[in-house]
Design a protein around this ligand. Structure first.
Ligand code: AMP
Ligand code: ZN
Length: 474
């Protein structure tokens, strides 16, 4: 039984499909105006864990993640670069998918782009006009009349009757203090340049919120199971999504809402605007791997703030090293062994390993309690190391199967991207040997020079307690 915290009811509840055996999940995706930072990837990694735990429990998943490829920021970027909006956003869409792969994040089933769904958004706005909950203002833009939707504030748990309302807000993001009618359709302005679509209200473009209501309902139905995002999305974005969808259909929009806490830097939210961010590329260039970064992102509970620090990446390297050594110890060649487990038919799992798996299962089903789940993994590592010398071949295979089962959720042990390491060329190997020699002699200048020479050949050297290793730069 999988339990999760629902932001709407503020309770931990069982997550079970509304229909059949499939969970329908909508996850707010990136605005493709720049490279995503690792704060964004905290949200996507949390959603990856969520979809993996759903599948771990034998349920199917249908995940939709939107790509916001038209908004104030993308338009500003494209116009400043003097190129078409689609050309501008393509670079960042491609980068986003490459980054997801680097972090071993499972792809969603559908990635709809906003610009491919303008007719659906116009149709939804039209419906809201017909229902009398939307109006066109003097400036040509169309707004949602917040006062006409009685449930407004139910997600953010704010009683708007006692708040100052009646203001109007064209920006996509704003504070609770100045809540007001929000834009569904924005009339064309000089600064939009060539970007715009014709609509019953004249030339313009959709607001950000309508995008998610229109695309989620198109791909998941008018009522679906689960909707997630970072906590900053809760208000106003998700509140507005509910208002738009429920006012249009008269039905419950989403059963369960989940939000992850922020990745912070020195106590502040990591964000583009604060300038305190690292992109995935920044960290890979420093020699950290996608796997290590993934480990850091998933190792904290998703509802608690996570402060980013390089020491955490160093700790991740050590922790993964510990798991690797244990797994390698019982498997010889990992890949070969996993296949053997699968074809083994009946497997003898030692009691202690079964207990670790039961604890792990309980932890992930307890509102994705990953710190507790990792404790079970390290318990398994400790006990496996203790028993390694006396385990039969079948037992080793079975324990390996337990690690593999846990990794269906974690995605850090049998990390696809790094397992298939490229063959290190002889030239690089020779330089590595020379570097090892230089380090032995404490000739750091020579060691650094060789590292740069290796880097010039496209390889990154990492130093750890066990010596040096190289990874191919992407
Ligand atoms: P954006 O591109 O700003 O719309 O953000 C995309 C996703 O990343 C949303 O789900 C945000 O809530 C999430 N997000 C942005 N910054 C952070 C952060 N520092 N920590 C966690 N999630 C974040
Ligand atoms: Zn959204």
């Amino acid at each position: 039984m999988m339990n999760v915290y629902n932001s709407l009811t503020r309770r931990v509840e069982e997550l079970k499909p509304l229909e059949g055996n499939e969970i329908r999940l909508y996850t707010c995706g990136p605005t493709v105006y720049n490279f995503a930072h690792i704060g964004n990837f905290r949200a996507y990694a949390f959603e990856d864990i969520l979809r993996r735990v759903v599948q771990f429990n034998g349920m199917k998943i249908r995940q939709v993640m939107n790509l916001t490829d038209v908004d104030d920021k993308t338009i500003r970027g494209a116009n400043a670069a003097g190129i078409a909006l689609t050309d501008y956003t393509k670079t960042y869409k491609d980068a986003f998918f490459a980054d997801l792969k680097k972090l071993n994040i499972q792809p969603a089933e559908v990635y709809p782009a906003a610009t491919d769904h303008i007719p659906e958004m116009i149709a939804l706005v039209q419906k809201l006009m017909e229902k009398g909950v939307a109006y066109q203002s003097e400036d040509g833009s169309v707004y949602f009349k917040v006062r006409e939707f009685p449930g407004y504030g139910k997600l953010a748990h704010i009683d708007f009757d006692n708040q100052r309302t009646g203001l109007r807000c064209a920006a996509d993001e704003y504070d609770k203090e100045n809540v007001g009618d929000f834009a569904l359709w924005k009339a064309w302005e000089e600064s939009d340049g060539p970007v715009g679509w014709d609509s019953p209200w004249g030339r313009g473009r959709p607001g950000w919120h309508i995008e998610c209501s229109a695309m989620s309902m198109k791909y998941l139905g008018e009522t679906f199971d689960l909707h997630t995002g970072g906590i900053d999305n809760l208000f106003p974005h998700h509140e507005n999504e509910i208002a738009q969808a429920e006012a249009a259909t008269g039905k419950e929009f989403v059963r369960t809402w989940m939000h992850c806490a922020h990745l912070r830097v020195n106590g502040e939210k990591m964000s583009k605007s604060a300038g305190n961010f690292f992109t995935l590329r920044d960290l890979l260039e420093k020699g950290y791997t996608g796997r290590e970064i993934r480990y850091v992102l998933i190792n904290a509970h998703y509802r608690t703030g996570l402060n980013f620090a390089f020491t955490a990446l160093e700790d991740a390297r050590k922790a993964l090293d510990k798991i690797d050594r244990c797994v390698e110890g019982i498997s010889g060649s990992r890949v070969e062994h996993v296949e053997r487990v699968e074809s083994a038919g009946h497997i003898v799992v030692p009691e202690w390993a079964k207990k670790c798996l039961a604890e792990f299962t309980e932890a992930v089903n307890d509102d994705l309690n990953l710190p507790r789940a990792f404790a079970a993994v390290f318990d398994l590592v400790r006990q496996t190391n203790g028993a390694a010398a006396t385990m039969t071949k079948e037992e080793s295979d079975a324990v390996l199967g337990v690690f593999k089962r846990m990794d269906e959720v974690l995605g850090v042990i049998f990390f696809e991207n790094e397992k298939k390491q490229e063959e290190v060329p002889a030239e690089v190997k020779a330089l590595l040997d020379a570097r090892a020699e230089a380090r032995k002699l404490k000739n750091w200048a020579e060691s650094d020079r060789l590292r740069d020479e290796i880097a010039a050949l496209g390889w990154t050297v990492k130093d750890s307690r066990d010596g040096q290793s190289v990874t191919k730069k992407s």
